[in-house]
Design a protein around this ligand. Structure first.
Ligand code: SF4
Length: 440
């Protein structure tokens, strides 16, 4: 696993009582750089832990003077439909906004993402397909300056129960073929000591035509080689050029380390993919993109590549998230000038003309080495898809998306209408930590 200097380790009492779960924790604790004595807590202790700063390390890491490694917290996912009762108890104990503790309480195993359905505040502004998203962790070791997931890494260790409920989720949603794991964590970091990710990969190895997608910036895949994955796990690397990966994403794998990790996974029989995401237009981004595309195809053979500019940020918040002196001044000025034009879209701050230039350049560099691999724009607007779709060879409703829910290995074109076919079908029988969305 990574070299980790955890300032503290917390272990939920339900974990401490279970020898198999506790064995996972003990392996991680034994591998920490500096010895830490784990503190066992119960739900009743949470108000005190919150008052003592349990959540204080969260928040945009670029705004912090220093970013230590995160506190580790090991808990169990809850599948008992008691979420509201727990939140009510914490509120009664004086905890403000107790839903901030959903992750700590173990409520966030599975989330229905109602993209482009009724109730989605960004409906029609991004091309994502509705789907179930799944989580094993919340929090990360990587310290990307634009991210708020440092300070506390929560890992649910009851993978046996998790897989049992995952089976029910899959059974009720026959249309969903792939499941993106952890868009708010990077779970290979504590492996193989933790042992949860391997357990999940091997669970998927027992399934037919259902795939786990691990989204990561890791260098750490050697340990995956001998797992019984049966071709049912896909690894997608968020890939970035050398400047971005070294200076803005400091504890991730570098560009070459991520590609080497992908090569190892590919050699071990996993399908691998890449997302150039988020593309931050640093000075020299064109050369960095060219270098990265070349290295990808020299070393590996992805079945799909997605590209996506840095987004979801107001211009005024950019300074906290990114070191502005590293950015291409012309694009920074374009973002500043486009504040009014971009105020209604989540793809801000860079205007469409800038994003289109960046996408065309990446497409050219990829095509220099590979003429056929499907390339698509991830999380983008319908508007830019209308402009650039013909150059990519797809429409917004049919491109193979690197993270699913329909893109099985080999990345075939999506043949159904993904916005209609994807429906939540569990009638609330699958625990989900988000409020129920209106029927779509
Ligand atoms: S790898 Fe992802 S989750 Fe981890 S710090 Fe970077 S952006 Fe956040």
């Amino acid at each position: 696993m990574y070299r980790v200097n955890a300032p503290a380790v917390y272990v939920e009492d339900l974990v401490a009582k279970n020898p198999a779960y506790m064995a996972k924790v003990e392996r991680v604790v034994a591998a920490l750089e500096t010895p830490v004595t784990p503190v066992v807590y119960s739900e009743a202790d949470l108000p005190g832990l919150v008052a003592g700063g349990l959540l204080s390390g969260r928040g945009t890491m670029g705004l912090k003077a220093t970013v230590p490694d995160p506190v580790l917290l090991f808990n169990t996912f809850k599948f008992d439909f008691e979420r509201q009762a727990r939140l009510d108890r914490l509120a009664a104990a004086g905890v403000e906004k107790p839903s901030r503790l959903d992750g700590v309480l173990g409520h966030c195993a599975f989330n229905w993402a109602n993209y482009n359905k009724e109730g989605d505040p960004h409906r029609d502004d991004k091309v994502c397909r509705p789907c179930w998203r799944v989580h094993q962790q919340s929090g990360c070791l990587h310290k990307c300056s634009y991210c708020g997931l440092g300070g506390l890494l929560i890992a649910g260790v009851n993978t046996d129960e998790y897989c049992h409920w995952f089976g029910k989720l899959i059974e009720k949603h026959p249309w969903q073929l792939t499941y993106l794991l952890d868009d708010d964590a990077d779970p290979p970091g504590l492996e193989p000591e933790l042992g949860c990710l391997g357990e999940l990969i091997e669970y998927f190895g027992t399934l037919k035509n259902r795939y786990l997608i691990i989204h990561t910036k890791t260098w750490n895949t050697e340990w995956m080689r001998n797992l019984k994955h049966n071709g049912n796990t896909i690894l997608v690397w968020s890939i970035s050029g050398p400047t971005q990966s070294r200076l803005i994403e400091p504890d991730t794998g570098t560009t070459d380390e991520r590609i080497e990790a992908a090569r190892i996974a590919q050699e071990a029989g996993y399908q691998i993919r890449y997302k150039f995401k988020p593309i931050i237009p640093v000075k020299g981004w064109r050369e960095d993109a060219a270098y990265t595309a070349k290295r990808i195809f020299e070393r590996t053979n992805p079945d799909v590549i997605s590209i996506c500019c840095f987004m979801w940020t107001n211009f005024t918040d950019l300074r906290g998230k990114l070191p502005l002196d590293l950015l291409e001044p012309e694009y920074l000025a374009a973002a500043e000038a486009a504040q009014e034009e971009m105020k209604e879209t989540i793809t801000r701050p860079f205007p469409q003309a800038v994003r289109a230039e960046i996408y065309r350049h990446h497409l050219r560099e990829i095509r220099r080495w590979n003429q056929t691999v499907p390339v698509s724009m991830s999380t983008e607007t319908f508007s830019i898809w209308k402009e650039l779709g013909p150059e990519f060879g797809y429409k917004a409703g049919e491109y193979p998306c690197g993270c699913g829910p329909f893109t099985v290995p080999g990345a075939p074109k999506v043949e159904c209408n993904p916005f209609v076919t994807a429906e939540r079908l569990d009638n609330g029988e699958i625990p989900c930590c988000l409020p129920p969305f209106p029927k779509s």
